[in-house]
Design a protein around this ligand. Structure first.
Ligand code: HEM
Length: 494
């Protein structure tokens, strides 16, 4: 019925979207596999200019189709969401970390994915639940402000990216395990995840002819298994401890409902997870949420430093909402700040942490824009390119319609993806971005380092990060009373 009504029916006339390689050749595959991702993005852009908004290349042994057009993305992901919501079989190295697709991002579009996704959306990312982690956000904000404050006292500039990453990581650890862990414990968990992220690129080659690769690249495989063992070693004790707490609390169901965190969810009988699988889901949660959010935070603050008028306008907005003398911007204040929301959206539009979404695949052969999109292909979307449309997100008076980041009616940009596989943490991430940006501006005046302009060039790490990390001078903001007092003291002294 869907095929008939949307004209997606495959006929013999439908061919793969155009592209440079129409036959699946081994040499071609190898060339693509050896290209760094950043270079690949540039080449795919050039191919779109030459062949149009939907193209095919061969990466690995199957056709890879790329879409660069927002309305085509909407047609696929939103209007025909179910057909385009599958994931390709992950490469063998991914299976080691994801415990054979026992996580949300790599699971096929089927009952396991539906169960994970439904529960995590309703129990962890539901607006009321997201609100209930406000104590965690305040705790982490205080850690971050204290770190920045003590560094700012030295009078030297600060490089903030490690502090941002650490804060986001602490926040997610708290939402994952429900306890304030010791700093040494958090550091250990962070270290193994960091090591995993750093090594991911090196493991790509293992997926090319994995059979032979197991012999030729024996040491690198061993390195991957060692990372998996390290993850197990730091996370399993926490998983076991949480399981115990849950057993002890079984008679007090209500209490457990209040402290619903990721681990409570994983321990549910219906999920039937082994400890190894729980570790994989925790790792996915921590990895998916940390670098993505902290990178965008750094990009937004970099723009605030480079364009002081944006920082000033937001500071005036803060003063209009929280009042003088009050430094903390509370979560309930955020909805009264349309300019802040526009700044965060603009940050996501210009600097999405992923320039592509995760690879999609199709549940059946289907037609998109007159082209065949076969079941065995992978499909991806040019997120960064789509966002470079020069539209802005603030309506004239700042009080108009709220911008829909999920792109249900129309996709204007898609930093979180769109449709059924849209990032389930998008609301959570947006709240964190707004809360941290606003409090960072409210507590400190951010200034560029003399002679060292903010450089907005990009570098591909796990996310697309700043090539030259943000450096800034931070000076604590004073309230009006304190400001008048310090001027009076200065006058008196002089
Ligand atoms: C600024 C922050 C973030 C950005 C820009 C972002 C972006 C994305 C994107 C582009 C996808 C792929 C969508 C697709 O394949 O079509 C995704 C998937 C996902 N994200 Fe996020 N994300 C962010 C934060 C988070 C956070 C905080 C979490 C959780 C703690 C999270 C968890 C996930 C998961 C589990 C998936 C897989 C969804 C699925 O396959 O069904 N993300 N995200």
């Amino acid at each position: 019925l869907l095929n008939l009504t949307t004209n997606n029916k495959v006929s013999e006339n439908n061919k793969l979207p155009p592209g440079p390689y129409t036959i699946n050749n081994i040499l071609g595959n190898f060339i693509w596999l050896r290209k760094p991702l950043a270079e690949l993005e540039h080449i795919i852009h050039e191919l779109h200019v030459k062949y149009g908004p939907i193209i095919t290349i061969y990466i690995g042994f199957r056709p890879s189709i790329f879409v660069a057009n927002r309305s085509l993305a909407h047609k696929a992901l939103v209007q025909n969401g179910a057909v385009f919501a599958d994931r390709p079989t992950p490469p063998p190295t991914d299976a080691v970390i994801s415990s054979n697709q026992h996580n949300i991002s790599s699971a096929y579009y089927g009952p396991t994915w539906r169960l994970f996704r439904h529960d995590i959306s309703s129990e962890i990312f539901h607006p009321s639940r997201v609100k209930s982690y406000s104590h965690a956000r305040k705790w982490v904000l205080d850690i971050l402000l204290n770190r920045l404050d003590s560094q700012s006292k030295s009078g030297k500039h600060i490089i903030v990216n490690e502090d941002f990453k650490y804060s986001m990581f602490c926040l997610l650890v708290l939402v994952c395990f429900g306890d304030k862990l010791e700093e040494t414990q958090i550091k250990k968990i962070e270290e193994v995840h960091h090591r995993l992220l750093l090594s991911l690129g090196r493991f790509n080659i293992l997926n090319f002819w994995p059979g032979i690769g197991r012999i030729v690249f024996r040491k690198r495989w061993e390195e991957l298994f060692q990372i998996r063992r390290n993850l197990d070693a730091v996370l399993r004790p926490l998983v076991e401890a949480r399981r115990k707490v849950r057993l002890e609390r079984q008679s007090k169901v209500k209490e457990d409902k209040i402290v619903m965190v990721m681990m409570s969810l994983l321990c549910q009988e219906k999920w039937k997870l082994s400890e190894e699988e729980m570790v994989s889901l925790c790792t996915e949660f921590l990895i998916a949420g940390t670098d993505t959010t902290s990178t965008v935070l750094e990009w937004i603050m970099a723009n605030m430093v480079k364009y002081p008028q944006i920082q000033e306008r937001h500071f005036v907005e803060i003063k209009g909402v929280v009042g003088d003398g009050e430094k903390e911007v509370k979560e309930e204040d955020l909805n009264k700040m349309p300019y802040l929301k526009a700044v965060v959206l603009e940050g996501l539009r210009r600097h999405p942490p992923g320039h592509f979404v995760l690879p999609h695949s199709m549940t059946e052969d289907v037609v998109l824009d007159g082209h065949l999109v076969p079941k065995n292909a992978t499909l991806n979307f040019m997120v960064a390119e789509m966002g470079r449309d020069p539209k802005r997100f603030l309506n004239g008076d700042g009080k108009g319609e709220v911008f829909d980041i999920r792109g249900i009616k129309e996709i204007k940009m898609m930093p979180f993806g769109a449709g059924r596989r849209i990032c389930p943490g998008s609301r959570f991430a947006m709240l964190h971005l707004e809360y941290f940006v606003s409090n960072l501006v409210s507590n400190f005046a951010w200034k560029a380092v003399d002679g060292d302009e903010v450089d907005l060039s990009e570098k591909l790490e796990f996310t697309v990060a700043m090539k030259n990390p943000l450096k800034a001078h931070l000076s604590p903001r004073l309230s009006m009373v304190k400001r008048l007092f310090s001027v009076a003291v200065e006058d008196y002294n002089s």
